[in-house]
Structures are given as C-alpha cells and as structure tokens.
Ligand binder design. Sequence first.
Ligand code: 5GP
Ligand code: ZN
Length: 139
Amino acid sequence: METHEDCIFCKIVAGDIPSAKVYEDEDVYAFLDISQVTKGHTLVIPKNHTKNIYETDDALAAKLFARVPKIANALKESFQPTGINILNNNEEAAGQSVFHLHIHLIPRYDETDGFKPNWITHEDKYDLADMSSTISTNL
Ligand code: 5GP
Ligand code: ZN
C-alpha cells in the first residue's frame, strides 16, 4: 500500500482516524464526508495514495471510477435522493483541500438542499475550433 505520512485520508484507510464507512474493497474506500453538504455526502478514494487526478495512472483511475455507480446506487437506495452530483476538485485553485484523490458524491434532494453549482456560461468568449487545435493530445 502506498501511503503518505501526513495524509489524513491515508490515516482513514489505515483505520488510525475513525470514519463512517460506506464501502470498501481491495482498492477503494468510501466514507461519509465529515462536513455533510447534503445528507449522505460521500467521498470515494483509492487506498493507494495519489495526490489528485494529474498524478493518477490509468489503472488506478479505472478501478476508482468503476466503483462509483455501485456506491451512487447504494446512496440512492439508502437516502432516496432525487439526483446526485459527482465532483472532483484538483489543486487549491479548484478547491482541493485534502491532497489525496477523492470523488465527492453529493446526493441531491431539492433546490434548497445545500448544493448548487454556479454554472455561468461564456459562449461568446471562446472559439471552440481554435481551442481544440490548441489542446495537446499527445498522450
Ligand atoms: P476537497 O475540498 O479537498 O475537495 O474535499 C475534502 C473533503 O474532506 C471536505 O469536504 C472535508 O469535509 C472532508 N474531510 C476532511 N477531513 C476529514 C476527516 O477527517 N474525515 C472525513 N470523513 N472527512 C474529512
Ligand atoms: Zn493519502
């Protein structure tokens, strides 16, 4: 297991910090976020430490994301939300505060449930053809 000494989520995986478990298998751990944005707000993490999406290899990403539908359905069954938002913050500028990759599962109930993405569009500002020729796809 790849762990990081000062990482709070590595400590949760190791059981050194208690957590409310939602799901666990060999590679993935899911637990309730200590600051519940909505009822059932869950974090899904790889057991192996990786900082964020930029530092995650294909195999780990595949394992992690493969578990999300199962966990989302478990939350749906348990809490009967009417929808769910799935969110992943990478780097401080994007709101990442714990630097161990995690996916937020945020069950949604109604307009006043506590979560509302601020989705402002700028159609006139960006040229799509120009952008697509700029993006590096040398992967
Ligand atoms: P981020 O802001 O990095 O996307 O999300 C980190 C999340 O981890 C926050 O929503 C925060 O509430 C949660 N969190 C931080 N420390 C703990 C902890 O010790 N236990 C649990 N269950 N969640 C935590
Ligand atoms: Zn970690």
